[in-house]
Design a binder for this molecule. Structure first.
Ligand code: NAD
Ligand code: MG
Length: 385
């Protein structure tokens, strides 16, 4: 059997590195053909050698020369810039694209990969937040599978195996509550990036860790679920579950509820996406439910975490609203991480952008590009950057 060819966009990140861990365990099944990273060229060069890939792309063109030099004794093709990322996404040289880029930058590569008929293992949830309607429409049209690399959506997908859509009553997405779960609302104004980056359960990239602290991430996951599973927003619920053992649940019309449990380890959802409909035989550490005598669930404090309702509002409004929310959030999170704004400014920036942005009800891909650009400009104006 010929090997499945994989391209990994974002290979030096948290998801990218864990994806390579899985791929390494299946040398007869997968062949990595291309790797893409933003700026960490040394790591990218090491990965490229170790997996003997055909091509690499460094997103930030300033590092092209170093990367080229580092790989000069190999046959590996070295490219740079966003056009090169698009080229890899649509290249005939892969069957599957793992999209683990961060933010809006993931949208075009996902669409191009779908248009070229590739299977998509999608970590870049912003792809669906921004353009879920276009992306799912294109995937349906092309008969392409989109397999989520997000623990909640992987859990829901597992719960839905063998079930009929019409029997779904609700999707119940669990949420750890992020780094600030135990910090009272009155103290949020003084939260620093260092505090917000200390996620209790998951070790992830900086942007998603901040999104987890604000619950923007959970809002995005509601939007992601709406598109992935084609379900009305009213039937997507969110509950806080501090232990992060139940990764999400599905409630059916007969009152049965299915949940998927396991330790908080992204290797499981990544391997599920890569190997679907099979499962990894390389068990991670054995799971003992006895280690978790108490699993608790509670309602989200909507005043402490206004981002969740903003995301539901964006879903209700449709069009470019969620794209605006995403663009403003990206700028605000980067500013917060650089100590250029406060924690509470993140949501205020999103609100400002949503109030002032041009709204397009039935956007094309160009409209999304414009909405993203405008949201970023509005965010920069609001934050005086
Ligand atoms: P990360 O910051 O650790 O890694 C991002 C990777 O993408 C890096 O390799 C970086 O070089 C590359 N990259 C980012 N922007 C780029 C650009 N413009 N051009 C080229 N390369 C670029 O992020 P992460 O935590 O791995 O998250 C990746 C995606 O997966 C995000 O959308 C995130 O929301 C989602 N996700 C992550 C986790 C997790 O556990 N880390 C869980 C669920 C979903
Ligand atoms: Mg998640």
């Amino acid at each position: 059997m010929s090997k499945e060819k994989i391209s990994i966009l974002g290979s030096t990140g948290s998801i990218g590195v864990q994806t390579l861990d899985i791929v390494r365990r299946y040398p007869n099944r997968f062949q990595v053909t291309s790797l893409v990273a933003h700026s960490r060229w040394q790591e990218l060069a090491e990965q490229a050698r170790s997996f003997d890939v055909e091509s690499v792309v460094i997103g930030d063109e300033r590092y092209y020369t170093q990367l080229k030099e580092a790989l000069k004794d190999t046959k590996i093709e070295v490219m740079a810039g966003s056009e090169a990322i698009n080229h890899v996404a649509r290249s005939y040289r892969s069957d599957t694209v793992v999209n683990a880029l961060v933010g809006y930058a993931g949208l075009h590569p996902t669409l191009l990969a779908i248009e070229s008929g590739k299977r998509i293992a999608l970590a870049n949830k912003e792809t669906l937040v921004v353009g879920g309607d276009i992306v799912m429409g294109a995937a349906k049209h092309k008969g392409v599978e989109i397999l989520p690399i997000d623990s909640e959506h992987s859990a829901i997908m597992q719960c839905l195996e063998g079930e009929k859509r019409r029997n779904i009553r609700n999707l119940i997405i669990t949420c750890s509550g992020g780094a600030l779960r135990n910090i009272p609302r009155e103290e949020l104004a003084s939260v620093t990036p260092e505090i917000a980056l200390k996620h209790p359960q998951w070790s992830m990239g900086a942007k998603i860790t901040i999104d987890s602290a604000t619950l923007v991430n959970k809002g995005f996951e509601v939007i992601e679920a709406r598109w992935l599973f084609d379900i009305e927003p009213e039937r997507i619920k969110v509950v806080i579950h501090p232990q992060s053992i139940v990764h999400s649940m599905v409630e059916f019309t007969d009152g049965a509820v299915k949940a998927q449990l396991g330790t908080a380890d992204m290797h499981t959802p990544i391997s599920y996406a890569l190997l679907y409909p099979e499962r990894s035989e390389e068990a991670m550490e054995e799971f003992s439910i006895l280690n978790y005598p108490t699993l608790s669930f509670m309602d989200v404090d909507r005043e402490k975490y206004p981002a969740l309702d903003i995301a539901y509002d964006c879903l209700g409004k449709g069009g470019t609203a969620a794209c605006t929310m995403n663009g403003a959030n990206e700028v605000a999170v980067a500013a917060f991480l650089a100590h250029k704004c406060g924690y509470l400014d993140i949501v205020e920036t999103i609100r400002y952008a949503l109030r002032n942005a041009t709204f397009v009800a039935k956007p094309t891909i160009d409209d999304y590009d414009d909405a993203n650009k405008e949201a970023r400009e509005l965010a920069r104006r609001y934050l005086k950057l």
